[in-house]
Design a protein around this ligand. Structure first.
Ligand code: CA
Length: 476
């Protein structure tokens, strides 16, 4: 018993010393027995979790603290990085935004400027449209002042080259070239023929040529030009060439006549036996006219050359058989020497023309205020048989010709694609706007005339002698 008490006391002391935390309680267990309860901390329970200072807990706390610090650092770093990057991006975005806004403002200004230009162009277009309408509908307007030189000393009647009236020179082209050149003509001479004009173009519809019909009709189609000859000197830049639709002896119907119209003394008339000879370039006849010529409006009819005497309104009939002037007559009130020329100039005031009805003069007068006037002439004595006054200004068109008693005008002498733009019928005294396509292949058409026997237009387009087949349609 003693031993047990000592063991208990020792254990109690050791336990108390070892643990410093123990309790002892005594209680009545009933049935005459006492119950002693001794409680001491178990060594194994020292590792149990508790709210106190457990090493594991401390280690966890430490690790957690480390993790928290790491997380905080990471989160803080990312936040800082994001903040830093966000700041840079924001700055870049701001710059880009400012640039876009600047460009936008510039584009707005550009748009406003373009809008103004569009408005200006629309206004200009409307003005042009109104001008075109006005030109289509207007009648003739006041003519510009005459362009007659005050001191033209180049005209000296009878002072031409001392050649015989008839020179037969087969095969001598070199001689022809030299004789064609006129020493009085110079490129720089502003007073002679090289004149320009503004021409209103009319769009050319694409017309198919209808089938030919016999007899007269309206001009409905003009073929592409056919080239017959190119002049080989500057004297042939413009001129007139023709065939007599009713030829008389000694010349046959195949005879081709040519006059180079550049120069102040145009008097030479070259004859070729036929078209082939014209193409080869050998004239068989060279006739020297007794009086010099003006304009490119000459024509050949029934064995006579009809032309305007230079610096006058006098019409001459030169008889090929007698080689002399057979008739002369002033075309009363007709403008001349640049008063009422065609748009290309060339002193083309009086244009003589042929058609199925005979000989015509196309010209203008002060009374007509520059409008084209048509007179039918007696081919024998040049007497005026009838006169018509049109509503189209002569200086506004490039040339004119007659077919079946109707006048036709060419809109432009330079445009490669122009039109026959007006027709006047002497049978009804009515004119109207038309649009028949017409080609100026060489862009300087100085003469257009109709040959009723060949049913062709003959033209002289910048050195080139060309012809056009035509078709006539049913009369309206
Ligand atoms: Ca003509």
């Amino acid at each position: 018993m003693w031993f047990l008490a000592m063991l208990w006391a020792s254990c109690l002391l050791m336990g108390t010393h070892a643990q410093g935390s123990a309790s002892f309680r005594r209680a009545n267990a009933g049935s005459g027995r006492c119950q002693y309860t001794f409680m001491v901390d178990s060594p194994t329970e020292a590792s149990c979790p508790s709210a106190g200072s457990s090493p594991e807990m401390e280690a966890l706390k430490s690790r957690l603290g480390l993790l928290e610090a790491l997380v905080a650092r990471l989160v803080g770093g990312e936040a800082m990085s994001e903040a830093s990057q966000g700041s840079g991006s924001q700055s870049g975005l701001q710059d880009a935004y400012n640039q876009v806004m600047g460009e936008n403002a510039q584009l707005q200004r550009e748009k406003q400027r373009l809008d103004r230009q569009v408005q200006d162009l629309q206004q200009r277009l409307e003005e042009l449209r109104q001008e075109a309408e006005r030109l289509r509908s207007r009648t003739c307007m006041q003519q510009p002042p005459p362009r007659v030189p005050q001191n033209d000393n180049s005209f000296r009647p009878g002072s031409g080259p001392a050649l015989s009236h008839l020179v037969s020179r087969p095969g001598n082209t070199q001689g022809d070239k030299s004789s064609l050149r006129d020493p009085a003509w110079h490129h720089e001479n502003p007073g002679y023929q090289e004149l320009t004009a503004v021409v209103t173009e009319v769009s050319a519809p694409n017309l198919e040529g209808p089938a030919d019909i016999s007899g007269c009709g309206d001009l409905v189609w003009v073929q592409e030009p056919e080239v017959h000859r190119k002049a080989d000197s500057i004297a042939g830049k413009y001129g007139v060439w023709m065939q007599d639709p009713e030829a008389k002896e000694p010349y046959g119907p195949e005879m081709v006549w040519r006059i180079d119209a550049v120069g102040s003394e145009v008097r030479q008339l070259f004859g070729y036996e036929n078209m082939d000879q014209l193409s080869r370039g050998f004239p068989t006849k060279v006739l020297l006219l007794p009086e010099s010529m003006e304009s490119t409006g000459a024509t050949m009819y029934r064995g006579s050359l009809y032309y305007q005497r230079r610096l006058s309104r006098t019409l001459l009939r030169y008889d090929l058989l007698s080689e002399s002037i057979a008739a002369r007559r002033d075309l009363l009130h007709a403008g001349f020497h640049g008063q009422f020329p065609y748009s290309w100039g060339g002193y083309t005031d009086i244009d003589l023309a042929l058609d199925e009805n005979g000989l015509w003069a196309i010209y203008s007068t002060n009374k007509a205020k520059g409008a084209i006037v048509i007179s039918q002439l007696d081919p024998h004595n040049l007497e005026v048989k009838g006169t018509w006054e049109t509503k189209i200004r002569k200086t506004s068109v490039a040339n004119a010709f007659m077919i079946c008693g109707k006048l036709y005008t060419v809109a432009s002498y330079t445009s490669p694609n122009t039109t026959i733009n007006y027709m006047y019928d002497t049978a009804t005294s009515q004119g109207k706007i038309i649009s028949v396509p017409f080609k100026n292949r060489y862009r300087y058409n100085s003469m257009v005339d109709y040959n009723p026997a060949q049913r062709k237009l003959y033209a002289w387009d910048s050195f080139y002698m060309v012809s056009y087949n035509v078709r006539l349609g049913k009369q309206e």
